[in-house]
Design a protein around this ligand. Sequence first.
Ligand code: UDP
Length: 313
Amino acid sequence: MAHILITGGAGFIGSHLCGKYLLRGDRVTAVDSFLTGSEENVARFSENKNFTLIRHDVSEPFPEIDKTDFVLHFACPASPVDFTRVPLEILRVDSLGTFNALELAKKDGARFLLASTSEVYGDPLVHPQTEDYWGNVNPTGLRSCYDEAKRFAEAATMVYLRKYEVNTGIVRIFNTYGPRMRLDDGRVVPNFCGQALRNEPLTVYGDGKQTRSFCFVDDLVDGIMRLVDSNEHGPVNIGNPDEHTILDFAKFVVEAVPGTRSRIEFVPLKFTDDPKQRRPVIARAQKLLGWNGPKVTLKEGIAKTLDYFRARL
Ligand code: UDP
């Protein structure tokens, strides 16, 4: 039985990781400030004797914690809406928080995994994105609190690998969706699903020609767990190579909600530097981890996500 510490363990992806490790029989400690995480996401584990929840902001030094075998650093608000709402918290959790999590892994001799992001590629000029692309990031733009903070977190992680030989890994997570996303988190999947279920217009920002590639959370978690179990340092992209324009995705969601009276409404781009295209190359994950891409189709995944949101409306 391994002891896995997950920062952001009450968040969307973090709570799915908690569930999968508990199912495997491991011991899980979730650390969360509840800035964007939710009690509801982890309430389901409260009866499990292998689960511990610590309410703590990982930007502050960790409290006393039993020796860990794995430290998974997933704490960080991730919606563009958060980039204007809580930019300082994002900068702190990806800098100070990353140092605190790395220090814990160093002290315990644990393997460390950083949840990084496709945002490190910025508004990419290379398409699709391979891990050796250095990105096109505006260092002073509205998104920079997230993009640059995650790039800093990657740099810090690599220093702990090179200088202290901490066994680190970096996963670059592309757009992910599924149950336990917050309906009001502002990202495109909860927005469109919520709007279609409420018969409101689906707000397509700009001309809708920008693209994203959406991965269902179970598939992402499978890839992450493979990376944790390996000794690969990465970075490794995990995401869905199936790319859609946002306009096509809006039409897809409308079709997935039979009887909805929603139509599509074009509104001005909400955020500057909105990446125009995004699609992962997953050859590295295939080769190193045997992760062959998502198994859940967009149709199945959106149906499950809609069921989750429907129950909450
Ligand atoms: N988007 C949109 N309508 C919305 C929310 C988002 O058209 O109600 C677009 C947004 O401009 C971006 C894409 O959908 O091009 C994905 O946005 P999201 O906030 O989900 O995350 P991002 O991939 O930009 O981090």
